[in-house]
Each structure stands twice: as C-alpha cells, then as structure tokens.
Ligand binder design. Structure first.
Ligand code: ATP
Length: 570
C-alpha cells in the first residue's frame, strides 16, 4: 500500500481526527434523547426549571460537538494536506530523475494533472475518510441501536426502512456515476481545447481559424452541459425517492408508536426522538454515499500517482571523475539510436578533439539534435559506444559529465526571474566579470545595455517579454557562463541575423573551447575544422568545407540550394 509511507508521519494526527469525529457523532446521537426528555418531563409537566436545565445540557452538547468537529477538521486538514505535500515532493523528485524517453512518452500535460488534480483528489479522500467514514456508520448504527433501546418494535421498522433508503441511493448513483465519468472526460477535453487556444492564439488568428475553434469549443461544452443536465435529472430523483421512503418509515413509526403511547409504554418525546433518528440515518447515508463516490475517483487518482512514483530511470549513473590525460575528447564508435517510434541514428563513427570546432548539417529530421543530445547523456545510445576523454560515457557522474558541457537547445527557454538570475543558472558562483564576458560573446551585451534595468531586468515565465533572437542570445550566454569544455549550439542562433551570427561564431572561436554547432545554414558551419553531414540518421560524409565541396554530393546540393536562395532574395 503506497499511502502507508505517507500516512506514517501523520499517524497520530489522523487517529486524533478520527477520534474527535466519533466524539462529535456521540454528542449528536444524544440530542434526540434530551429533546425527548424536554418534551416528556418539561413541556408535558409544565416544569420550566427542568426545561431550562435540559436546554443548558443541549447547549453544552452542541458546544462540545462543535468543538470536536473543529478539532477533527484541524487534524483532518493537517493529515490530508501533509500527506499530499509529501506525495507531491516525491513525485517531483521522481519526475526529475526520469529518463528523457519516459518524459517524452508520458508528456507534460498528464504529469501536471497527476501532480495537481490527482493529488488533490487523494487529499480530499483522506480528509473525508477522517471526517465522514467513521461518522456516518457510527450515526447509522447508533440510531438503529437507540431505536431498539427506545422500543424494539419501532426498531424493526428502522431495520426494514434503512436498507430501502440505501437501495434508492444506490439505484440513482449507479446510474449517475457513468455520466459523471463522461463529464470528467469532457472537462479534460474542454481544458485541452482552452490550453491549445491560449498557447496557439497567434497561429489560430493568422490562419483565420477562430470560427472552427469556437465551433469545436461550443460543441464540447454543449455535450458536457447535456450530460450534466441528464445527471442532474437522475440525481433529482434521489431526494423525492428517499424522502418518500423516510416518510413512509415515519408513518409506520407513528402508527406503531401511537398504540404504544396510548398504552403508556412509549412517551411523546420518545416518538419525536425516533423520528429524528430516522432522519439522521437518511442524512448519514447521503454523506456515506458521497464518500464512496470520492473513493471511486480517488482509486483512479491513486493508480495514476503510483504510476508516476514507480517509474524508475533505466539509465544508471556512473561514479568516475574525468581523467587528466586522454587522446580524443569525444568518440562515437558505431553508435546507433532509436526512439520508441523508430530509428534516428545509424552506425555513426567519428572523433572530436579538444579545441576543435565541429559543424553538423543535414536536412530536417536527419538526426542532428538526437546526435548532440547523446553527448550530455540525455539519452543512451541503443548500440555502439560513446567515449568522453576515452572513457565510456556511462562511467561518469552526471554532474561531472554535464558540468563540462554547455548545451543550448533548439527551443530557447528562460525562467521567470531577472536576466542575471537566468544567467547564474549556468554557474551560480560566476563573478560579474564572468557574466560580462558571457554576454559579450553571446552578442547579448548590445541589447542588455539598452535596457533601463540592465542585468536586473525581469524575465517573464518562458521569456515571453524578450524577442526570439534576444532569448537565443541569453540562452547562449547562460551556457557560456559555465565556461564549458564542450559548447553545443543546437540550431540556437537561427533567429540571429547573419552579421550577429558571424560575430557570435568569431567570438566563440576566440574562446578556444571545443564547440559543436548544429545549423541548417552553411554559412554557420563552413569555417569549422570538421563538418559532419547527416542524411536520414546516417553519416553521409565528414570533412572540411573545401573537402566536402569536392567529395559530398549532398553537401554540394545544400550549398547550391542556399546560394540560389540567397541570389533569389537579391
Ligand atoms: N523525442 C522524440 N521522440 C520520438 N522521435 C523523435 C524525438 N525527437 C526526434 N525524433 C525523431 O527522430 C528523428 C531525428 O530527429 P532530430 O530532431 O534529431 O532531427 P534534426 O536533424 O535535429 O531535425 P531539425 O533540423 O528539424 O531540428 C526524426 O525522425 C524525429 O521525428
């Protein structure tokens, strides 16, 4: 049972919450008895002192019940919120350790739903277990026992009527449940459409698709409304049905009791108490049915949370540090790689030496990003070996390996905070001088200098308040702050104009670090010491620009197409 681990630290709070709810239920059960006494001993005999006396007793019972309810609520919140927080912490940690492949497979939206909604659902179930699971059966059984204590023949009426109420509730709920299930799915769809529309609002307007989207949204919300109305209609049957059963019960109680009151074996007050107990049974059954509903939802949520927690990374971290001496900085030895969906790289072999600038070029989907993602071990090669400083990449600590690499991915992602805070992600102990050098090389200086707050300028989540090119320059600066031994730019200067791109490459070259530049532009890689040409996951050729112009038809075609493109633009 996975929740046991989370309940353990809150065991006492949970038990105390449970206990105080029982105390409250006990006080509640006593009230009809006191009312009966007020009627029989006070009102019937005109004994005002007795009425006041018992009135005070009722007030104390109510106060004690109220106090117990507050204490129970406090412990229930403490337990449910505490357990949920621990679950979220573990889920967050588990997700952070996932292999890239698992992150790709599961996808962001479901992970967000699981860590937010599903845990909320479990928290609600925990709180309800403490607050209602004990109370409802206690009141139901307690009311039955009290009915038998007051009069066994009336108790038999209770025994007959109670299952009928339960049956009516079950009948309606078993029909509404599948509808609510469909409603939940429709709600997911509505939130998906809303999310897509908000994130893709520019594209939708540019392609004039507002009407289509509106139609899609209206259709889904209409279906959801119809289902909701249907469920509401069925649910509305529940109240009259149970009220009819309870009132029939009350008629029977009155009938049986009337004879007994006449005979003097039952008092009027006791009859009122019995009616109150009958109503208490009905209300507690409603409450109990709701707990069951919450449990059904929580069971699905718990499976989804467990899935997140139980998924373990396949990649195993090594324990070695970097060696001091080596021949080649990076070696790909017959490396192949497949995603779950299919093969992306086939039998790649090449070496990269310290200080070299290596360009990677190829058509879209030829495997360029996949290749560079293998170097920081975002994924493990499916076949072959990758060596860093002549050692298998799997032997290194992730920290050791990733600390020597500064990778700038294709999509430039910044985080909310100041520009400076974003840059310090690269290296939290970087000096102001390091930051200045990084922003100079990345060509970000020119635009940062123009900002009134400079490095202290606030960046919104995702870097929405800076342009695409500025975002790219900041992500390059972030990688440079780390002073990496290997700098990888994965098509990360695509939004820069040619002149800025050229200055960027010139300044990077001056750093004398090993740099790997992935680009679609020949101009970005033509001065590299070595160029890898990828074609459908295979290494089509490798060499300098001049060599490739002589030997590689694919490279010649790429160069030709880009020159033609440029000439056409002129
Ligand atoms: N996360 C992923 N899951 C499954 N398949 C993927 C994934 N990423 C890439 N692929 C597939 O692997 C192949 C190589 O993709 P990759 O992104 O490495 O190419 P690329 O040369 O960098 O392309 P581009 O120039 O368009 O960025 C493609 O067929 C792509 O569809």
């Amino acid at each position: 049972m996975f929740w046991k681990k989370y309940f353990k630290p809150y065991k006492w709070q949970g038990i105390l919450g449970f206990f105080f709810k029982l105390v409250e239920a006990f006080f509640e059960l006593m009230v009809p008895v006191v009312v009966a006494k007020i009627i029989d001993q006070g009102i019937a005999k005109g004994n005002t002192t007795y009425i006041i006396h018992m009135g005070i007793v009722m007030f104390v019972l109510a106060l004690a019940g109220y106090g117990s309810a507050i204490i129970c609520q406090y412990f229930a919140s403490l337990t449910s919120q505490g357990m949920g927080t621990l679950m979220r912490r573990d889920m967050f940690e588990a997700i952070n350790n996932y292999d890239y492949e698992d992150l790709d497979t599961l996808g962001t939206p479901t992970l967000i739903t699981r860590i937010t909604n599903d845990v909320n659902q479990l928290q609600l179930a925990i709180a309800m277990t403490i607050r209602l699971l004990s109370r409802s059966p206690f009141i139901i059984i307690g009311s039955l026992v009290m009915a038998f204590i007051l009069n066994w023949q009336v108790g038999v009426v209770f025994l007959v009527i109670s299952p009928l109420i339960a049956l009516a509730i079950y009948f309606v709920m078993s029909r509404t449940q599948p509808i609510y299930h469909r409603i939940n799915k429709l709600m997911d769809k509505i939130s998906l459409i809303t999310r897509e529309n908000l994130s893709g609002v520019r594209v939708i307007r540019a392609f004039n698709k507002q009407e289509n989207e509106k139609k899609r949204f209206i259709e889904t919300t209409k279906t959801q409304k119809d289902e909701q109305v249907h469920a509401g209609y069925l649910s509305s049957l529940m109240n009259p049905a149970t009220t009819v059963i309870v009132n029939t019960g009350i008629i029977l109680i009155l009938y049986v009791s009337a004879i007994k009151v006449n005979l003097g074996t039952l008092t009027q007050g006791e009859v009122i108490a019995l009616i109150n107990y009958m109503n208490a049974i009905m209300l507690s059954m409603y409450a109990f049915a709701n707990v069951i509903l919450i449990y059904v939802k929580a069971t699905a949520a718990s499976q989804r949370v467990q899935e997140v927690l139980s998924l373990k990374p396949n990649m195993v971290e090594g324990s070695q540090d970097m060696p001091d001496s080596y021949n080649h900085l990076i070696t790909f030895d017959d490396v192949s790689f497949s995603y779950k969906e299919g093969q992306a790289l086939e039998h790649l072999s090449f070496t990269i030496n310290e200080g070299e600038t290596v360009g990677i070029i190829g058509g879209t989907g030829s495997g360029k990003s996949t290749l560079v993602n293998l170097i920081p071990r975002f994924y493990d090669a499916t076949e072959g070996r990758i060596l860093i400083k002549d050692q298998p990449i799997e032997d290194y600590h992730y920290d050791t390996l990733r600390h020597m690499i500064g990778i700038v991915p294709q999509s430039a992602t910044l985080f909310s905070g100041t520009i400076k805070e974003n840059l310090l992600w690269g290296n939290s102990s970087a000096s102001d001088e390091d930051l200045r050098t990084a922003i100079k090389i990345s060509q970000a200086k020119e635009f940062i200098d123009k900002l009134p707050d400079g490095l202290e300028t606030k960046i919104e989540a995702g870097g929405k308040n800076v342009s695409g090119g500025q975002r790219q320059r900041l992500t390059i600066a972030r990688a440079l702050v780390r002073k990496p031994e290997i700098l990888i730019l994965d098509d990360s200067a695509s939004a820069l104009d040619f002149a800025t791109d050229a200055k960027l490459r010139r300044d990077i070259k001056k750093m004398h670090a090993t740099s790997i530049i992935v680009s679609q532009r020949v101009s970005a890689i033509m001065n590299s010491d070595k160029i890898l040409v990828l074609d459908h996951g295979k290494l089509a050729a490798m060499g300098t620009h001049d060599e490739l112009l002589q030997t590689c038809t694919l490279y010649q075609e790429i160069v030709k197409s880009q020159m033609e493109g440029e000439n056409n633009e002129k």
